[in-house]
Design a protein around this ligand. Structure first.
Ligand SMILES: [Zn+2]
Length: 192
C-alpha cells in the first residue's frame, strides 16, 4: 500500500494524513490509525452490548478460521483493558469466538436451511458472545494487509457461502438486518 495514497486518489483522512482506504459503508477516507480505531470501536461497542466488557480476564478462542478477527478483538479489548488497568485478554481454546459478518451470515443461512442448531448458536451473537459479527469482509481484509497476515482459509462452501459473501460485501444494510431478525426466524423455522 506504499504511502497510502495509492487506490484512493490522494484523498485525506479527517486528521490530514493520506487515506489508506475509502470506507464503502460510510464513504469516509481513513488513514491506517483511524481505520484501526474505527474497527476497534465497533468491536468494543458490540462487546459492551454483549456484556463481555468486564475487568475479569477475557479469553478469546482462536482457530484456523478466525485468526484475523480473533486478533482484531484481542487488540481492541487489550486497548480497553490497559486504559481501565484490567487484566489483558488471552487466547485460549475456549472463550468468546470472534467471527466476521460473512461467516455469521453463512451460519445463519445454514441454521435455517439445514435446521442446524449448532450453526444457529454460532450465528447468534448473544449466544456465541461474538463481538466481531459486525466486521465486514473488506475490513478484515484491510486489517490483515496492515498486519501482514494471510487471509483465513475458506470458511464455507457452495451457494449459501456465495450468498453470504455477496450480501456482506455489497449490501451492508441487509447484512445488519440479518442479525436483527435471527430470533424472529427461529420462531418461523424450528431449528432443532
Ligand atoms: Zn487519520
Amino acid at each position: 500500500m506504499g504511502n497510502g495514497t495509492v487506490g484512493v486518489g490522494g484523498l485525506k483522512c479527517k486528521c490530514g494524513k493520506s487515506a489508506l482506504i475509502l470506507h464503502p459503508a460510510s464513504g469516509q477516507p481513513l488513514c491506517k490509525k483511524h481505520f484501526l480505531r474505527y474497527i476497534y470501536k465497533k468491536v468494543l461497542r458490540e462487546s459492551a452490548k454483549l456484556g463481555i466488557l468486564s475487568c475479569n480476564k477475557i479469553t478469546i478462542k482462536i482457530d484456523k478460521f478466525n485468526q484475523i478477527e480473533a486478533r482484531i478483538v484481542a487488540e481492541a479489548l487489550k486497548d480497553w483493558a490497559k486504559r481501565k488497568s484490567c487484566p489483558l485478554p488471552e487466547f485460549d481454546e475456549r472463550g468468546i469466538y470472534p467471527l466476521s459478518s460473512e461467516k455469521v451470515v453463512y451460519l445463519a443461512l445454514r441454521a435455517f436451511y439445514e435446521l442446524d442448531k449448532y450453526s444457529y448458536e454460532l450465528a447468534n451473537p448473544q449466544l456465541s458472545k461474538n463481538p466481531a459479527y459486525t466486521l465486514l469482509p473488506f475490513e478484515v481484509a484491510v486489517y490483515a494487509k496492515i498486519r501482514g497476515m494471510q487471509p483465513s482459509n475458506e470458511y464455507g462452501k457452495g451457494p449459501l457461502w456465495e450468498i453470504a459473501l455477496d450480501v456482506t460485501t455489497s449490501q451492508t444494510t441487509e447484512t445488519y438486518n440479518v442479525f436483527k431478525i435471527l430470533d424472529n426466524l427461529k420462531l418461523l423455522f424450528p431449528v432443532a
